[in-house]
Design a protein around this ligand. Structure first.
Ligand code: NAD
Length: 295
């Protein structure tokens, strides 16, 4: 299949590599030349703009930082919609706000192009291994048509409902993740301050009602889980600033529908504080250091 892939960063590059490995012909575009070179050296063809990349392809996939980038790449004069042939399906896998996802999908539809939002979870490890979860917002017909290609980059491909609902699923999950990590961080710090050994406490929590992914797979206390970011000074993983971005999307989307998200708003402020104190690029579980006793 002829596929245009736009946005070749930490996630996009390994996803594009998996499509090349699966035998697709890939036309790529990124504003950073070294990101393009890393793909063309493996057989992809470079395009000079999103418009040029989208021309003469059968599917367009984008993996961009945030909403303004998605608007620009799809809607500008040099954008995807200016170059793509009617009928070609467009898939945006960036994490953005549902409102923008729906707006761009409507613009695409008006030009005769079916569009899906398909944000992912699974991080860079999942992107490399081809085990991402895709949360797809689109009609059933669009979902069925793109599922085989998404399955070459991921292992769980979930239909979440109409356009925008992939983003809704993604931001609700990350809202909960941000909050649950804070809860685990608070409980671990308290237990250790009261004299308990961190591993023993985590073991009890993980076989009791406090158990969650933030406690049993990604525990923020150093040394509890060998391969968690907490055990390598919070390097790698999912950055505090990315969590901050997703909590911002969730609280902003909540405002639009006048839905209260008290804990999400508090979590957003705490990750913001952590970022301001220098942990923006560290894994988000480093939030535990915000309330860790230093004596
Ligand atoms: P990144 O910043 O590493 O990559 C984004 C890429 O887009 C960069 O190569 C950048 O040069 C390119 N870009 C920016 N503007 C562009 C434009 N106008 N035209 C073409 N290319 C442009 O980000 P990432 O970590 O790959 O994340 C991409 C998306 O996936 C984000 O929305 C992020 O929230 C989401 N996400 C990231 C992770 C993760 O662990 N990194 C996990 C799940 C979801």
């Amino acid at each position: 299949m002829n596929i245009a892939f736009i946005g070749l960063g930490n996630m996009g590059a390994p996803m594009a590599h998996n499509l090349l490995k699966a035998g697709h012909r890939l036309v790529v575009f990124d504003v950073v030349q070294t990101h393009v070179d890393a793909l063309t050296s493996h057989g992809a063809i470079a395009a000079t703009s999103p418009k040029a990349a989208a021309a003469a392809t059968e599917l367009v996939i984008t993996m961009l930082p945030s909403s303004p980038h998605v608007r620009e790449v799809y809607l500008s004069d040099d954008g995807v919609l200016a170059g793509v042939a009617p009928g070609v399906t467009l898939v945006d896998s960036s994490t953005i706000d549902p409102h923008t996802a729906r707006e761009v999908a409507v613009a695409a539809h008006k030009k005769g192009n079916p569009m899906a939002d398909a944000p992912v979870s699974g991080g860079t490890g999942g992107a490399q291994a081809g085990t991402l979860t895709f949360m797809v917002g689109a009609t059933v017909e669009i979902f069925d048509s793109i599922k085989p290609v998404l399955a070459q980059m991921g292992k769980n491909i979930v239909h979440c409902g109409a356009a925008g609902n992939g983003q809704v699923a993604k931001i609700c999950n990350n809202l909960l993740l941000g909050i649950s990590m804070l809860g685990v961080a608070e409980a671990m710090n308290l237990g250790v301050a009261l004299g308990m050994e961190a591993r023993v406490l985590a073991g009890v929590i993980n076989t009791s009602s406090g158990r969650c992914w933030s406690s049993d797979t990604y525990n923020p206390y150093p040394g509890v889980i060998e391969n968690a970011p907490a055990s390598r000074d919070y390097s790698g993983g999912f950055g505090t600033d990315l969590m901050l971005k997703d909590l911002g999307l969730a609280t902003e989307a909540a405002k639009q529908v006048k839905q209260t998200v008290v804990l999400g708003a508090l979590a957003q402020q705490l990750y913001q504080m952590s970022s301001a104190q220098g942990a923006g690029l560290k894994d988000f579980s480093s939030i535990i250091n915000l309330f860790r006793k230093t004596s």
